[in-house]
Design a protein around this ligand. Sequence first.
Ligand code: WQD
Length: 339
Amino acid sequence: MAKVLVTGGLGYIGSHTVVTLLQQNFEVVIVDDLSNSQASVLDRVEQISGQRPPFYQLNLCDESAVEQMFDKEPGIDSIIHFAASKAVGESVAKPLLYYKNNLLSLIHLLEQMNQRGITDFVFSSSCTVYGQPDKLPVTEQSPMKPAESPYGNTKQVGEQILQDACRAYPSLQVIALRYFNPVGAHESALIGELPTGVPNNLVPFITQTAAGLRPQLKVFGQDYDTPDGTAVRDYIHVVDLAEAHEIALRRLMNDKQKENFEFFNIGTGEGHSVLEVVKTFEKVNDLSLNYELADRRPGDVEQVYADTHYANTELGWKATRNLEEMLTSAWKWQKRISQ
Ligand code: WQD
C-alpha cells in the first residue's frame, strides 16, 4: 500500500483529498498546523472513511519538527502539499508571512525528500498564476502574468522552485495542479469549507448569507465585459478536485510522466458569472438570496476559465460534477454546520 504524506490534510481541499485517498486504499499521514482548519475534521474523516490516519500538528517552517515527523513515519512514498496561507487580501497586508510560510515550508519538504529518497510530489498551485489571461480559455501554455498578489506570487515562485529542483535532481517527479475555483462539499456534509472570519470567497459568503449569518451578499462588479456584467470564473467541485490529486499521484507512482516537472489546469472548462451562481443557488435550493450589485473588488480579474483538454487527455482526469451539484452540496454543508 503506497504511503502518502498530505500536508494541510485537515483543510478544505486537503480533507476531501484524504478521504478520496483512504477510499482508494492509500496509507495516509496528515500534517496540519490548524491555522486554517480544525482538529475535529479528523473525526469526520474517520466517520466517512472508517479510518483515522496519523495526524501531526506542526508548522512546516519548523525544520526540526518536520525532521522528527519524517523520522516517526518511515516509508513515505510521496507527498501531496496543500499547506499554505491562501487569502489574497491578507497576503497584500502581510507579504513576509506569506513568502516565509508558503516558500520555506516547500523548501523544507524538498530537503527532506532529497535526504530520504522520496521522489513523488504533487503541488497545490492555482489559476492565479495566469493573472488576467489575454486569451480564453486558459491553457497550460498561457503565459504567467506578473502576480496580482504576494499569495499569487508564492504559487508562481513555488512552481519555479519545483522546476529548478526537478532540473537539478532528475529522480524528483513533480506535478503541479493549477486549481480554478474550488467550491462545494462532500455528499455526506461531514466535511466542507470552514472559512475563518468573514469569507473572502463567493460561495461560502452566499451560503452564510442564506443561513442568516451575513445580512447581504454584495456582488462585486456589474460593469464587466461579460454577458450579465458580473465576473466569470471556472467553479470546480472540491470532490472532482480531490480525485484529480489521486490521479496525479498514480501518474507519478506509475512513472507515466513525459518530463519530471508537469503542470495541469484543473477546472471544468465552463465559466459562470457571479449572478449565474447566485441564481443557480436560489433555484437548486429553492430559496431567495439577499444580494445587491456593488462596485468591483480591487485585484479581481474579469474572466478566467480553463481549457481542460490537456488534463482530460494527458492526465486522464475530467470533472464530472456540475454547478447545481456544487451549490446543492455547499448549502447542505452550511445547514449542517449552522445547526
Ligand atoms: C469569485 C468571484 C468576486 C465574494 C480566489 C483566489 C484564487 C483561488 C480561488 C486559491 C469574483 C466575486 C466574491 C463576494 C463577490 N484560490 N465575489 N462577492 O477571487 O476568483 O479566486 O479563489 O488558489 O487564488 O484569488 O474567488 O470566490 O473570492 O471570487 O461578488 O462576497 O466572486 O469578485 O468575481 P477568486 P472568489
